[in-house]
Design a protein around this ligand. Structure first.
Ligand code: GRG
Length: 302
């Protein structure tokens, strides 16, 4: 059995377990009240329960596991990052952005509900994420909660994901070379992945050198993830990927694949995945699932 195959079974089990506990916690955090406002709650649940790989929550749980953080703490942060991710997917799918009909193999939120409800569901998931992190149940130390709020805001906002989305929307105005695409993707997808990996270190009050190791791992993992995403847009199958493919080429967008070609893009993703793993040496065997995640991210079919 190859090394990758040998490590993929425990990873698949661990991802499945994380998905199950995240679903259960989201079910609890996103309860539907009575009253006419219940429609926005239903839309929040539609867009965030029972779907996706739960990669970001998995990274939170695994990074927190390195520092023996209580699962009750890390699970709340894991759910918060998934809420931010799901909000971004709802808004990204809206007619004013990508105008997509399919997400996670189902109608997008605005198709299932309506545009205004989808917009509000995204807004409410974002704010519920911060409410969740800030609550006392997340960590007994208010300084830790405050740092998580600050880091999550920074990763999600105009200097992070939202800023990256803005650059993406304006990409046709600029000559986008590999350096410019790398910066865009680090903002748009890399920053949330970075938060996910560092959150465990914040929760566990980890030494700076360990937090930096996770930051470095996340940097390379995030780029590898994005190159794999670009490859899926070219090589993937919509029924497997769960969303429309061929969109980047159709829109004439510069991507890692359009700039480097398929072979070099794949080689770059593999190189980044190997480099990501090397940053984990400081954690020994405890980081084996994070090591396996690097291979998963570049080999995934969805
Ligand atoms: C609208 C504020 C705002 C931001 C949108 C993240 C993003 C920015 C848009 C998503 C568009 C997209 C497909 C980006 C490529 C990378 C990415 C985030 C893919 C989806 O993440 P996965 O593969 O999805 O982790 P699942 O469904 O598994 O959670």
């Amino acid at each position: 059995m190859s090394q990758a195959a040998a490590s993929s079974a425990p990873l698949a089990d661990a991802l499945k377990h994380t998905a199950e506990i995240v679903n259960a916690e989201l079910d609890h955090l996103l309860a539907v009240p009575d009253g006419p406002e219940s429609r926005v709650h239903e839309a929040m649940r539609y867009a965030s329960l029972d779907g996706g790989k739960r990669l970001r929550p998995f990274l939170v749980m695994q990074s927190a596991g390195l520092f023996n953080v209580a699962e009750s703490s890390s699970l709340r942060v894991a759910c918060a990052i998934e809420m931010v991710h799901c909000y971004s997917l709802i808004h990204d799918d809206l007619p004013c952005m990508d105008d997509d009909d399919l997400r996670r193999g189902r109608p997008t939120c605005h198709r299932q509900f309506d545009e205004a409800t989808a917009l509000l569901a995204g807004d409410a998931l974002l704010t519920r994420a911060f409410e969740t992190v800030a609550a006392a149940a997340t960590h007994p130390d208010p300084a830790v909660r405050c740092e998580l709020v600050w880091e999550l805001a920074h990763a999600s906002g105009a200097d992070g994901m939202v800023g990256g989305q803005m650059v993406d929307l304006r990409a046709a105005e600029f000559a986008m070379d590999v350096a410019a695409i790398t910066r865009l993707q680090q903002m748009k997808t890399g920053r949330l992945i970075g938060f996910s990996c560092e959150a465990g270190a914040v929760l566990g009050k980890a030494p700076g050198v360990m937090r930096q190791a996770l930051r470095n791992y996340a940097h390379d993992l995030g780029l590898a993830f994005q190159i794999a995403d670009d490859l899926l847009d070219v090589e993937g199958d919509a029924s497997e990927v769960g969303k429309k493919v061929g969109k980047d080429a159709g829109a004439g967008k510069a991507t890692f694949v359009s700039l480097l070609g398929i072979e070099r893009a794949r080689a770059q993703a593999d190189m980044l995945a190997k480099q990501a793993v090397r940053h984990l040496d400081v954690f020994g065997d405890k980081a084996d699932l994070l090591r396996a995640t690097a291979s998963f991210v570049v080999d995934r079919r969805s």
